[in-house]
Design a binder for this molecule. Structure first.
Ligand code: FE
Ligand code: FE
Length: 187
């Protein structure tokens, strides 16, 4: 399809996101299965359900524009899912694997955040308020997922650094700030 208007671009990007979300829908149960941390497992399961809703919203968005969401393959998500699969297949300590799963999942979320941010803005520029609101909802959920993964990483990355648990947890951020200030010579 020739992309000559912003609306054409919006349609192309929605199709790309639809492909991305449907690919992710297949990958998330595998990531949940590979996770050891119960909280991480639950996080992946929760995001699986959200992703089902994201797919539905994209169908709605495309119906709104009178186009089919099908017809495009998101190559970036294909690569991100392949990297996730590499992590799943990795022979690693459970805590380390969980940390790697989080890293893979956050790459996915950041990709989606970029994609939804763009389509939401195009919809706003084209004065399609309903569409912009719909896409904003998904954008918010992707953002929340990313933040939840960051929270989980705080705990899991510490465990990955020390699977046996004999090193005390890192000091509070105040002392870290001190260390950084000292390192740059301004303490
Ligand atoms: Fe999504
Ligand atoms: Fe997502």
């Amino acid at each position: 399809m020739k992309i000559s208007t912003l609306e054409d671009l919006l349609v192309e990007e929605l199709k790309d996101l639809y492909s991305a979300e449907t690919q992710l829908l297949k990958a998330l149960p595998k990531m949940a299965e590979a996770a050891t941390s119960k909280a991480l497992k639950r996080g992946f399961q929760k995001h699986f359900k959200e992703t089902q809703r994201h797919v539905e919203r994209l169908k709605k968005a495309c119906a709104e524009l009178d186009v089919t969401p099908m017809g495009k393959k998101c190559m970036a998500m294909q690569g991100l899912v392949e990297e996730g699969q590499e992590v799943i297949d990795e022979d690693a300590e459970p805590e380390v694997k969980d940390a790697a799963l989080i890293a893979a999942a956050q790459r996915v979320e950041h990709y989606e955040i970029a994609g939804y941010g763009c389509v939401r803005t195009y919809a706003q520029l084209l004065k399609k308020k309903k569409l912009a609101r719909l896409l904003q909802q998904t954008l918010n959920e992707e953002g929340k997922t990313d933040k939840a993964l960051t929270q989980l990483a705080r705990k899991i990355n510490v465990e990955a650094e020390d699977p046996a648990g004999d090193v005390p947890p890192p000091k509070k951020s105040a002392s870290l700030t001190k260390k950084i200030l000292h390192a740059v010579g301004i303490d």
